[in-house]
Design a protein around this ligand. Structure first.
Ligand code: SPD
Length: 287
């Protein structure tokens, strides 16, 4: 699906359930890859911005609202931090946030669509930043579902899923077998993280995905924040672990290293964001 455009007034929109989420700007790239429609615009408010199949993914001046919140609760709390995996994340923002941790020695990133990586490197270079030339980054252009199915048990300290909405190439990143494999390839004291959509704009997917993750992992909790360009602006990420809810307890040494350069994430923000579970979601999850 293509982004909706209003060329007369230079507005580009994501349409979702009868609501338009738009930025004013001009289209720089609009092409079909083997997997999806990739659109990059120069927006007035948030700088260069990426849409996949007509849905907002990221923007130069807003990406930290999303990437810090997906990455830092997991990276700051896994017992060890030697090897991590990102499924998706082709714009490079999640990799950049992970690689801020010097303790991390090896980062596998598995992105299905090489064109997303190539176009992000060309038009959105600040989002990946130095991650693209970091020797610890191992970029694999292949299917993330197959990758988690084939990886050995207990390979990773952290597994992060940075996909788009559950349709098109990202559909298989929201199902039971996929989450079971994510758990299997995680070390027992590791942390799993995934974006779980909006509690307002994607309410049923949001609730069903958290329920599913809770069936598989011993501990799992959603965290709530805002990504203003996404439908409703209200977003969530869910963290899961095996031996204890360690994702709620960031390790001080890592916090000290990371937090001074964060725009949104801090241990205080994180505590409030876990507590900010809306009442209707809490009732659905704990009937
Ligand atoms: N509806 C938007 C969901 C996008 C989640 N992934 C964004 C990719 C940023 N690295």
């Amino acid at each position: 699906m293509q982004a909706s455009q209003d060329p007369l007034n230079n507005w580009i929109y994501e349409n979702h359930k009868g609501v338009r989420y738009g930025l004013k700007g001009k289209v720089l790239v609009d092409e079909r890859s083997s997997f999806q429609q990739i659109t990059i615009i120069e927006s007035e408010r948030y700088g260069k911005s990426l849409l996949l199949d007509g849905c907002w993914m990221t923007a130069e001046h807003q990406e930290r609202h999303y990437h810090e919140c997906l990455v830092q609760p997991a990276l700051c709390s896994s017992a060890e931090l030697s090897k991590a995996l990102i499924i998706g994340g082709g714009d490079g923002g999640t990799a950049r946030e992970c690689l801020r941790h010097k303790e991390l020695k090896y980062l596998d990133m598995v992105e299905i669509d090489l064109r997303v990586v190539e176009l992000s490197q060309k038009y959105l270079p600040t989002i990946g930043g130095s991650a693209w030339i970091d020797q610890r980054l191992h970029l694999n252009i292949c299917n993330g579902i197959d990758w988690v199915a084939n990886a050995l048990d207990g390979t990773y300290d952290v597994v992060i899923v940075d996909g788009s909405d559950p349709k098109g190439p990202a559909e298989g990143l929201f199902n039971k077998i996929f989450f079971e494999n994510c758990k299997r390839i995680l070390k027992p004291n590791g942390v799993f993280a995934t974006q779980t959509e909006s509690p307002e704009a994607f309410q049923s997917i949001h609730i069903e995905t958290i329920k599913l993750i809770r069936e598989i992992f011993e501990f799992a909790d959603p965290l709530y924040g805002s990504v203003p360009m996404y439908p409703s602006g209200w977003w969530s990420w869910t963290f899961a672990s095996i031996n204890s809810p360690r994702y709620k307890h960031p390790i001080k040494k890592r916090v000290d290293e990371i937090s001074k350069n964060c725009e949104i994430w801090s241990p205080r923000w994180q505590k409030g964001a876990f507590d900010a579970i809306p009442a209707f979601i809490e009732r659905e999850l704990n009937p």
